[in-house]
Design a protein around this ligand. Sequence first.
Ligand code: MN
Length: 225
Amino acid sequence: MALDKYREKRDFAKSPEPVGATPRTSPTGRTPRFFCVQKHLASHLHYDFRLEHNGVLWSWAVPKGPSLDPATKRLAMHVEDHPLEYGEFEGVIPSGYGAGIVMLWDRGTWTPEVDDVDAALKKGDLKLTLDGYKLKGSWALVRTKGARWSPGGADRSWLLIKHRDQWAGDVDIATFAPLSVKSEGDFADILSRDNPDIWRTERPAKGGEAGAMYTRIVAQAMDMR
Ligand code: MN
């Protein structure tokens, strides 16, 4: 099933992320449905771009985040489907896969600019309209060919591209609008609100690589204020 990979990677006894146990359906055709972008401070800062499709969130990890400049194509690594409930998630993942801080950076609806989304995804060329707080207008997700340098293989490598329209421009949206659309806070706010104790107690206990990562993430969250 679509969420098997998602569940395999996580221990829900230790992670606050949603299991996604309730089967969901999604709109079809050229009708609006949910999208979000989660800013994820983990081993590397990245932006998780998620589109509701067939009851789950199709997901891409975008290392540099979306760009409003049509000339700036952003690498987007296709990752495992996430449950629809994940779209409202914001908080601290204390350990394991994706350990770090998740911020709901943008959310809204997306509308396919094609009749057959499955065919477009299979073909590797999806044109869509976003109506979020930060991201709006026409975009494309295009699968790259022969990107042999990508860690997961060429087929996982896509580009997220803004189309030229009234919402395009040269403002650096990640810098201009860095905060959560859910809590209005930054990473440090989410960290202190959620469960700083886990990080304080896990850090010395873990030591080594994991301990160093916690220390770095906390420091980075403070630096970004
Ligand atoms: Mn992520």
